[in-house]
Design a protein around this ligand. Sequence first.
Ligand code: HEC
Ligand code: HEC
Ligand code: HEC
Ligand code: HEC
Length: 112
Amino acid sequence: MLRILVLLLLLPVSVCALQGRGEPGYDYLSRWGDVSFSHWRHQNRVDTCEACHHLGINMGRCATCHGVIAGLPQHKDVLHKSCINCHWQKKGPTECSGCHDPERVNDSIYRD
Ligand code: HEC
Ligand code: HEC
Ligand code: HEC
Ligand code: HEC
């Protein structure tokens, strides 16, 4: 009985902790080859969530503002900027095919 009580007490805490970290990964569909972003792996690489969540972790998804509110830089441009700037500094991939599915990258160069 005691063990069940402890479990019940812990459950909401661990569920909240997971929600607060977002999804393990996000996939972005693109004509240039889909991009698969390892969110949790990146959290362990960077000392502060604000490196990407520039208005704090409760700000919501980038697409709630970028590409929606007039005058703000476009979604694709801010993702490219934020991802690639750090990759230059910390030696992550900077080639198109480092993020975009390499087979589709080559495909679309010929198709576009
Ligand atoms: C560090 C990772 C990264 C690199 C390197 C990168 N991209 Fe992207 N790219 C993304 C992400 C993430 C998106 C998705 C943005 C979105 O959904 O709006 C994207 C979106 C795009 C889009 C818009 C989506 C579409 O289908 O039209 C184009 C075009 C694009 N990238 C081209 C390139 C090219 C060309 C290069 C190389 C010069 C490149 N990208 C390098 C991460 C990257
Ligand atoms: C390297 C960049 C990066 C880092 C570091 C990072 N995140 Fe994220 N996070 C993202 C991206 C990109 C998304 C997807 C947002 C989108 O597609 O609009 C996201 C999504 C989220 C979401 C979901 C938002 C929603 O409303 O659906 C939460 C919550 C979140 N992150 C929390 C965190 C926390 C907490 C940390 C630090 C421990 C963190 N993130 C570190 C880039 C990052
Ligand atoms: C609540 C609205 C909001 C959300 C959500 C948001 N941004 Fe922004 N972003 C802004 C505003 C406003 C600016 C322009 C003012 C400034 O430079 O701070 C901006 C500017 C930027 C810039 C600088 C662009 C430049 O050319 O200088 C980058 C990079 C950026 N955002 C990345 C992101 C990423 C990545 C996400 C998602 C993880 C995100 N933003 C989510 C509001 C938002
Ligand atoms: C604040 C720094 C930082 C930001 C922002 C960042 N990355 Fe990274 N990324 C890294 C580092 C560091 C590595 C790995 C270097 C290593 O250990 O090989 C990496 C590696 C990667 C890899 C290789 C596969 C993997 O996960 O190990 C991909 C793909 C990638 N990043 C995509 C992205 C995308 C897409 C974005 C933007 C949504 C992004 N990154 C934003 C630091 C960053």
